[in-house]
Design a protein around this ligand. Sequence first.
Ligand code: NAP
Length: 531
Amino acid sequence: MFVITQSCCSDAACVSVCPVNCIHPTPEERGFGTSDILHIDPEACIDCGACADACPVDAIFPAENLGTRDKVFIEINADYYKNNPDVKSGWSDVVYPEIPKLPAGLRVALVGTGPSGGYALRTLLDRTEASVTVIDKLPTPGGLVRAGVAPDHPGTKGVLRGFDLLYRDPRVTMATNVEVGEGEGQITPAELAEHFDAVFYAVGASESRRLGIPGEDLPGSTSATELVAWYNAVPGADAAPPIRRSTDADPASGRAVIVGTGNVALDVARILVSPPELLATTDIADRALDILRQQNVHEVVLLGRRDQAHAAYTSAEYRALSTIPGVEVVVVDDADGAGVPDLTGPADPDNRRIVFLFHSTPDEILGDERVEGVTVTTGGKTHRIDADLAVRSIGYRSVPIGGLPFDDARGLFPNVDGRMLDDAGEIIPGSYVLGWAKRGPSGGIGANKKCAQLTVEDFIRDAVDGKLVRTTRQPGEFTSLLRKRTRHIIGYRGIRAIDRIERRRGSEQGRPRVKFTRVGDMVGAAGWRKR
Ligand code: NAP
């Protein structure tokens, strides 16, 4: 029997190769995209291993090969079928939609290389003969897979191997380190519209939402977005390290408070409280590892405004917390606030724990020059938590792009099923939006597959119906424009060179890779000489 484990990316590659249809939920079933992992039906599995071969993130193993930490997933897989008795495994026909005849020579630009961009590229290459220019503002592709997935989930990042194969397709041109917008050195959306028959924006949601409480701007108060970018080595995310260094004269309390109980909050809690020697085997940024080693967070308190039954995390991520060596998980879920432990004074340096306080909202982040604590109301009772780090993990917003419409209230690009709308609410021909930038910040990596497929199908329909405005420009004209506008465009060879060097640096230290943290260093690694 095979078992799906935590690093499942829900991309459903396993679903399509399973000869007995024993992996659920499928993309057509309720719960796909919101369920954290897919599950193998232990009663129906025929032990063929096709799923394990197809899995892009090495998340599927024979039950007997699972290590102690992963054995819990045998039960998680089986529980899914106990809790969803209507789900039926068994042989089923796959029906592929017919590919309609499209106009010849379509040229498409795809902005963004995260999960939604990757899945859109795969669908565009599978379903059309279009040539695709893939643009990303960072030199390295991957979007939130590289910048957001936690360093201790290396298997999940394997999804990028599948996207990398697509970048080698002769119909694809890679152009990274190229930013779209109306600023200096940027390519404008109007120029993209002029040079391509269609433009897909898969630009994600990389800005944090705010709590709107006093003290939110104190040093030591940060967003999960900033903290994750910092420990994941995103260039530019180290301007002000979110965690201060502890000193003898001013020791850190060893406690952090996180507002929110989504999977991002759990990622951050795990990274903060994990023993640093475990993190040292990952691709975490050295800048973060240095401080975490020295600052030593021992206790993370997560605040959920509702009860535990309504926590936003997924159960596999929650259950995996109990597998971090030496970390205790404490849950306080009393509607009247009884049972809240004393969280004043420094955290116990001899214990590591994660404390969930449900029915809790933060009232104020306390401190004169930096965070010293948080006032919290739990079940109607107000109390103080001493901490020197306060992290809001309450969701993301897209960042507006100059020259494109933006729905500021919802923090995304206005669209109908992925067709971008202008300020008057009219469809902009040939302009599409995908992923979190289209539907808001929900769903894991695999949820973007279906989302991208649907939008690409809309594009195909528009192309067939003659609704695209065809470009009159030659492909070479866009290349000239790019060269004139931006200095260091990086193509596929440059991307591979950066990857090779990062991996080599990692292998010297027994780690998967040591990431570059500066764009200049990436540009150098890609082969550009300093002028
Ligand atoms: P999320 O799942 O939407 O969770 C947001 C959390 O913030 C919820 O606990 C929410 O509480 C709380 N919240 C929102 N506004 C608040 C406010 N004003 N005051 C207090 N609390 C507030 O978002 P996320 O954690 O950023 O994750 C985004 C998506 O990425 C999710 O679909 C997640 O599953 C996915 N993801 C998956 C993985 C993985 O599979 N390993 C890892 C990371 C992210 P309420 O529930 O009460 O609204």
